[in-house]
Design a protein around this ligand. Structure first.
Ligand code: SF4
Ligand code: SF4
Length: 165
């Protein structure tokens, strides 16, 4: 009882609470003012894919269909032709980002290290058709990775480092 009177008179519980608030006022915030402030991207973040190209601009993809087969969302569609030397030529490569669940299986299964998960995540668009990206866009994404030319400018350094791995 005496303790309760003491606590009431000196407002100890309130002072305890205030001291906790004050101690947090000088700590670095753990939240970000997105979209005004860039949020950190973890190394293993899986964003919009890119497909690597050779130095002469040819795609590294050999049209093996493995990514299409493994994709749980069935969002990859590939069509190929037979080249003059019996090689496969990519006639169509489409990836529907609106269906993609960013599981990364396509990257894991690729036998020639062609398709990769990038760090870009900004896919917002009012037109559903724009979510379907083709080989040209996927190759451009690779170029953007190399040049750090991204919508999310803060990714520049990380992406340049990442692609060189
Ligand atoms: S990340 Fe997963 S869902 Fe998306 S295209 Fe690759 S395999 Fe399909
Ligand atoms: S798994 Fe790789 S090489 Fe095979 S079709 Fe997909 S991106 Fe091309």
């Amino acid at each position: 009882m005496r303790k309760n009177i003491f606590e009431t008179i000196f407002l100890t519980e309130i002072l305890k609470g205030l001291s906790i608030t004050l101690s947090h006022m000088f700590k670095k915030p753990v939240t970000y003012k997105y979209p005004y402030e860039a949020t950190p991207i973890m190394d293993r973040f899986r964003g919009i894919q890119y497909i690597k190209t050779h130095e002469d601009g040819r795609t590294k993809c050999v049209g093996c269909y493995l990514c299409q087969k493994v994709c749980p969302s069935e969002c990859i569609h590939i069509e190929t032709d037979c080249g003059p030397n019996g090689e496969r030529l990519i006639r169509k490569y489409e990836l529907d980002l609106s269906r993609c669940i960013y599981c990364g299986y396509c990257e894991e299964v690729c036998p020639v290290d062609a398709i990769h998960m990038g760090w870009e995540w900004n896919t917002v668009d009012s037109n559903r058709d724009n979510y379907v990206i083709n080989m040209k866009t996927l190759s451009q994404n690779y170029k953007d990775n190399l040049e750090g030319n991204w919508k999310n400018k803060h990714l520049k350094k990380k992406l340049v480092e990442g692609v060189k791995q």
